[in-house]
Design a protein around this ligand. Structure first.
Ligand SMILES: *Cc1c(COP(=O)(O)O)cnc(C)c1O
Length: 413
């Protein structure tokens, strides 16, 4: 049996309530289609308005959103894609299916986002795209990143899995670059019944390609009707059949798939959008209380967002001074019943990327962050006031013990 933590990292199910249950019940009891209908359209329209892009297309997960986004890049041999290493594996994994060379760009130790100074040095005419995450919901330095990327004609994909509810200079992640990818997994800022995702962008040609791919049509270039080919008479009244007989492909880029978000999931997403602001405010207030006790002690560094940014605090992260202190803190918090989940292992060191020649030393900041300094604390909106109060107490007491241990000849872990 799993240990019951006094403060779980993410209390389960707490984001959903009677409003979501009613939305699902309404659909279960209605004669309407359970797939690809009016609820999906409503959810997408709402999302598009919120993010501020011309298009928002829902899919079954954030992973599928990223897979489709990467396929829109039409990568070929000789192309390079620059990615951030401190992220969930689903952000970089789609690149394993493409011929492009992948380069990992180190992170800025203050924000834990891709470091724009290093990125500027890595960009070249071969860079087809940059894929970054707004780590933990802290918006990356997009004005600098976008002008650098534009300078070499590279596209930028934002992994917004953590960043729904964040803002930068009055604009929203998902509309700050070329393509935004969102996740509505149960662990994220809102959920569409456990799984779901969304792509956001402005380009109409991409909307057509994404819509085809998610609904079992091939992503292809079509040319004018094939002369002389006629639909059999019996089928001529069927518009679909006529279209098939009249079209020809010049290239097939990729097979289609079925990535349709169910109507029930979309309806729940719509209800969750109403609650988003409240969820994020709760996350921000927990983070503010934690910041106060963490920043009070020397040797512990809180994450700094850009001055015009609103951090969504999908993750609350801070850095300890060294491995001994981080590990001691982990043990002390665990002993006090606070569940810690560290996110994320540097992607370039995973076996699949090591196989492609990536090595330790490639991203020293991300590596030292993960192995020596990185800490995540619970900051989930479903935590009760009593749990938050206890969390703040436990963090303060544990940090104080770590500070006291500095006076001893050697750290005891
Ligand atoms: C969760 C997550 C994803 C994947 O989303 P799913 O909906 O779980 O497939 C991608 N990138 C990041 C940074 C994530 O946290």
């Amino acid at each position: 049996m799993a240990t019951a933590f006094k403060v779980p990292f993410a209390p389960r199910g707490s984001l959903l309530g009677p409003d979501e249950a009613a939305a699902v019940a309404g659909i279960v009891c209605s004669p309407q289609s359970l797939s690809a209908g009016v609820w999906r359209q409503r959810f997408e329209a709402r999302f598009r308005d919120y993010v501020g892009t011309a298009h928002a297309l829902s899919v079954t997960s954030g992973t599928v959103a990223l897979e489709i986004a990467v396929s829109l890049l039409d990568l070929t041999e000789g192309d390079e894609v620059i990615v951030a290493p401190q992220t969930y594996q689903a952000m970089v994994q789609p690149l394993l299916d493409h011929p492009a060379r992948v380069r990992f760009c180190d992170i800025d130790p203050r924000s834990l986002n891709i470091d724009p100074v290093i990125l500027e040095r890595m960009l070249s005419v071969n860079t087809k795209a940059v894929i970054l995450v707004h780590y933990g919901g802290c918006p990356a330095d997009m004005s600098r990143i976008m002008s650098a990327a534009r300078g070499v004609g590279a596209l930028v994909i934002e992994d917004c899995a953590h960043a729904l509810g964040a803002e930068l200079g009055g604009r929203r992640p998902g509309a700050l670059a070329d393509i935004g990818c969102f996740s509505f997994h149960s662990s994220k800022n809102i959920t569409t019944l456990g799984e779901g995702g969304m792509l956001t962008f402005d380009r109409d040609d991409w909307a057509e390609r994404v819509d085809r791919r998610r609904s079992n049509e091939v992503d292809a270039t079509f040319v004018a009707r094939v002369p002389g080919v006629k639909a059999p008479l019996a089928l001529q009244w069927m518009r679909d059949a006529e279209h098939i007989y009249q079209s020809a492909c010049s290239t097939v880029r990729r097979a289609g798939t079925n990535a349709t978000l169910s109507e029930a999931a979309a309806a729940v997403g719509l209800v969750q959008m109403d609650k988003l602001q409240g969820f994020v405010e709760r996350r921000r207030s927990i983070a503010a209380a934690l910041d106060e006790v963490v920043a009070r002690q020397p040797g512990f560094t809180t994450v700094r967002a850009e001055p015009d940014a609103r951090h969504a605090y999908h993750l609350y992260t801070f850095l300890a001074g060294c491995r001994e202190e981080r590990d001691l803190l982990l043990c002390l918090l665990d002993g006090r019943g606070v569940e810690i989940q560290l996110r994320y292992f540097p992607q370039h060191l995973r076996p699949e990327w090591a196989l492609r020649g990536h090595r330790p030393g490639e991203c020293p900041v991300a590596e030292s962050s993960w192995f020596d300094r990185h800490m995540n604390l619970p900051c989930h909106p479903g935590l009760s006031d009593a749990q938050v109060e206890y969390l703040v107490f436990a963090v303060e007491a544990s940090i104080r013990e770590v500070v006291v241990s500095r006076a001893r000849p050697s750290h005891a872990v």
